[in-house]
Ligand binder design. Sequence first.
Ligand SMILES: Cc1ncc(COP(=O)(O)O)c(C=O)c1O
Length: 369
Amino acid sequence: MTDAYAGLLRRMAAMRGCDRMLSGVRPVSMTEHLDAVRATLAPDSLPDFYGEGGPVEALELRVAELLGTEAAVFFPTGTMAQQVAIRYGAELTGRTTVGLHPLSHLVLHERDAYAVLGGLRAVRTTTAPRNPTAGEVAELAEPIGTLLLELPLRDAGFVLPTWDELVAVVAAARAAGARVHLDGARLWESTPRLGHPAAAVAGLFDSTYVSFYKSLGGISGAALAGEAGLIRYAREWRHRYGGTLFQQWPAAAAGLVGLDRELPRLPGYVAHATAVAAALAGLPGARVYPTPPHTHQFRLWLPYPADRLNAANLALAEEERAWFVGGWQDTEVPGLAMAEVTVAAPALDLDATQVADLGGRFLRRLAAT
Ligand SMILES: Cc1ncc(COP(=O)(O)O)c(C=O)c1O
């Protein structure tokens, strides 16, 4: 076992032991996952077989209905699904360039798969820490086959454009002859601020990827949604990429559980995030961004080194059964660290005063380390 995994196990055990938690969700054990899935399965129902039938097909139909698209296809990962979506754009337009943000998941976290496996080339859409504007897309120096927008842009602080900005940037891409693809890993929680349902957002795009294991709390997996021709193509390429697994029912069934249970709760988390962010901003030396948060996730900075913040948070959890915020990372400013805060079900139990109290307890523990 690596030290990193041992550390993760320790943090997960500490979180499971907490009776109050500000950021994140209580880690789910394997048996809890299976129990939740089992409760939704009809007795003697049979699994999927190489992507057909069972919970996989049920989930595909559900996603297509939610996003208002002709069809959807299940993928083991979003990494694979999005490579297929932008490859399709390149084939249709004859352009192997993709408009990508330098902070997008494809650029930062996928080992350059779009280039190495897909033979595609990135055209940077903007250097600003937000999705590109219509003007920036209209003025790109090179033609692009597909413009990819990540909503919200996680590595810029989970930031969203306004609805009007989104409509305008999509129109600018189309005017330049490009297709538009939505990285909707966190689309589910973007709808309150955008002020439009998921189907209206997906309706702006040629293809949409959504995830089942982030805010929906599933096991793994993704779906690509769009018109029938895209989905036929995606099934071929999923097979070529090695993504048409013999059976994927646990992940798909957990995705259905997430759509039933978590999706309706997300607007409540987003609303509560405003109060939590305001309370955290009142802690000595703290900064939060964006204010108010655009979804139920946002960034928090504190003027201490990350290792001290992580150690204090773990000690608070192990000794006082309270989880403040984990996952601190050092920034380019020495002695200033940043963490991503996720306001989910456990945080709903804490009002603004309790958030401030928990923050105070955390800072006192920090001072003692
Ligand atoms: C914005 C975004 N896009 C794509 C992905 C890829 O998803 P997967 O882990 O299913 O490959 C992630 C995963 O964290 C993500 O955050």
